[in-house]
Design a protein around this ligand. Sequence first.
Ligand code: RNT
Ligand code: ZN
Length: 417
Amino acid sequence: MKQELIEKAYEVARERYAAYGIDTEAVLDLLQRVPLSLHCWQADDVTGFESAGELTGGIQATGNYPGKARNIDELRQDILKAASLIPGKHRLNIHEIYGEFGGKKVDRDEVGVEHFEGWMQWSKEHGMPLDFNTTSFSHPKSGDLSLSNPDKEIRDFWIEHSKRCRAIAEEMGRRQGTPCIMNLWVHDGSKDITVNRKLYRELLKDSLDQIFAEKYDNMRDCIESKVFGIGLESYTVGSNDFYIGYGVQNNKIVTLDTGHFHPTESVADKLSSLLLYVPEVMLHVSRPVRWDSDHVTIMNDETLDLMHEIVRCDALDRVHIGLDYFDASINRIGAYVVGSRATQKSLLQALLEPLAQLRKYEAAGQGFERLALLEEAKTLPWNAVWDMFCLRNGVPVGDEFIAEVEQYERDVTSKRN
Ligand code: RNT
Ligand code: ZN
């Protein structure tokens, strides 16, 4: 797009917003300072580098679009390509199974900082701080129960794994000078009617107590609940109630994955409650199509509502925005870019909301005026501000990134088989 056109449109937008008392320059500055935590697993359908075994743990990546990253170099190359098409500076969220194991069998209870040395160097080189995740799935000991397994040997195995992951996260955080956020999600649950529900939850609670016993300064723990997994439909040990209780009692960050709630439940509405009781919230922004299907995030009502709530709660410094989806049916780099940009576009609209005026109306009981302004705000020229954001960040404006993704496909990913 012509720079001149972008600048002209932005000038008009700036004036339109100024009429509502909104300074678009200040908004652009703010948006610039909000990193997304990009999930590394969109590049290779949650495969990782530990083994070529199947994905288990009640999650599934469907589709077989060609060109998936087959090794760490390809994965890094793809992530950098995606990042070059997303405005701003971002973080990278990796799972334990993405370590550099050098072709050796390193079991999950043997993993150490050395397996992430390369990642830490790479992260420094590219200015992408790391976040981290324990990995309970896709392993012979995953079964239906990991941290809540009544078999002490299996449970201890996963406790050891999780403790080691925290130590790795601590080292990442120490070196990058910004805390590494470590997410703990375990798939534990059962397919059919379960009569010992309390037992497994007691075990999970005890495992978490053991895992979190060591205090660290450079990493933060977050815990992620879920409604159900595939093949684990009747019972999830780490339910929403379970982790909210645990998070409140132990001052842990709670992770809200937008695919992990009942379809009509508003995840956005949870923020203003949770933020009263837990220190921070981590988001896994996804698009659940009828269930936790991990479709690519788009700028739909759910994503917009979520971003609006962060801003309305004045909680940009307490909510971490991570992405979590894995679509194997379309170009994977394109999937990264679409989901990331959709999240940022939603956040931008939230930042441009004429909130002061809306709140005045609300306080005065002027329901019609509030509704009317909310509707008008939807079509204010936020898109011109978005284009300016892209322009200033030196990334493609508008749909220009499509051609870049296609070019990369021709040059790089289509040559993989
Ligand atoms: C699964 C959880 C979890 C995973 C990733 C791979 O339902 O959402 O966050 O998607 O850790
Ligand atoms: Zn998630």
